[in-house]
Design a protein around this ligand. Sequence first.
Ligand SMILES: Cc1cc2nc3c(=O)[nH]c(=O)nc-3n(C[C@H](O)[C@H](O)[C@H](O)COP(=O)(O)OP(=O)(O)OC[C@H]3O[C@@H](n4cnc5c(N)ncnc54)[C@H](O)[C@@H]3O)c2cc1C
Length: 410
Amino acid sequence: MRHAHVIGAGLAGLSAALSLADAGARVFLYDAAPQAGGRCRSYLDRELGCRVDNGNHLLLSGNRAAMAYLDQIGARGSLTGPAAPEFPFMDLADNRRWVLRPNLGRLPWWIFSAARRVPGTGPADYLDLLRLRRAGPEATVSRTLTHGTLWRDLMEPLAIAALNTPTDRASAALMQAVVAESLGRGGAACIPCWPKVGMSESLIDPALARLAIQRAELRLSCRVAGLETADGRVTALHLPDGRLDLEAGDSVILATPAPVSAQLLPGLTVPEEFEAIVNLHYAHQAPPGFIGLVGGTAEWVFAKPGHVSVTISAANRLVDQDAEALANRVWPEVCRALAIPAGPMPAWRVVKERRATFAATPSQLRQRPGARTSLANLALAGDWTNTGLPATIEGAIRSGRAAAAILSQH
Ligand SMILES: Cc1cc2nc3c(=O)[nH]c(=O)nc-3n(C[C@H](O)[C@H](O)[C@H](O)COP(=O)(O)OP(=O)(O)OC[C@H]3O[C@@H](n4cnc5c(N)ncnc54)[C@H](O)[C@@H]3O)c2cc1C
């Protein structure tokens, strides 16, 4: 049986491993960390007394590869969320609340309904989104779209959440890809969902269980320190316990973060600028749900089992700030969002993911390589490869499948 070596057990590596195992390969999966999942993982936080995710992750029903992956590992039922495309929002500046409710079909009649669209906007405002289609490769989101109510209350928060990049630097062309895959396909593609328990329980543990059934071998705390190449192919891997020689017909998928991949494969061009995401977790129990906030510091609030969790994207400006000061600043916003009395701050945890995603700027997009490499038995995967999508779960899973497909032809 052919051996396939997958380096990196984040979502890109897991999706590649599952595809290769399904295609009949004997899979070996290596990760430098003591657990799988990479940037998408859950753990027990002793301070809070519950399991938390390293960061809140929102999926949409239209994330086709992610939904197929969940079906493949039998975990689609582990997600929760509303039955319809509903996005509650609150403006912290004036306490206004509204719910964005796109209709299910492709024809966007919701923009003609004042009860479904952003308050203070009219149907004609939404034509502005067509500008994204005509945006050139150098255009930014901020310069492409008109700055009115629709911008402030929907497009800016959406762009920051999806691209994790300040809008004056974020690529308009990439935003167009996001809109085309979500609102462009109608509300049926925009139903929000997230794990009932945690990211690991939904996306990681069931994948590992399926790989175990397929006799894949998982080696954790196993940093791959080098690749040896000869005659246009990878011939050996440097593992902590020594050199592993590959046999003819063996293949390798490099599913490590961009900087690690560039180190392991000298000469590879990769994105080099990153944006942070800051998550704040508070030990407060609230009915499950989420809400988007504008006009404050907090951007999205999720009520999860045993805690409430806040996401702030494009957060390079915040990563050096004192964690307790940040928690104190955001807690009153959480109380207002959840309409609870502003009592003393409960136990809290601030998680700063400094390199959460690459910066989705026009110049960084040009640095994204495709999955194929000049080495016949090596393909690349990762949310930073040229998936046509921002650095997301959907992009990571698609990248793993694309890399596996290339090697299956090998
Ligand atoms: C806080 C936060 C919030 C997010 N929110 C969302 C969201 O709401 N929706 C969404 O779709 N996406 C979201 N994302 C993005 C999503 O998490 C990523 O796009 C996805 O997890 C990336 O997967 P990956 O496999 O490409 O990379 P990674 O998860 O980084 O996996 C790479 C793996 O390689 C391993 N590795 C590194 N070096 C080596 C080595 N030398 N040898 C072996 N292994 C190695 C690492 O340990 C890691 O496990 C968020 C990310 C963060 C950080």
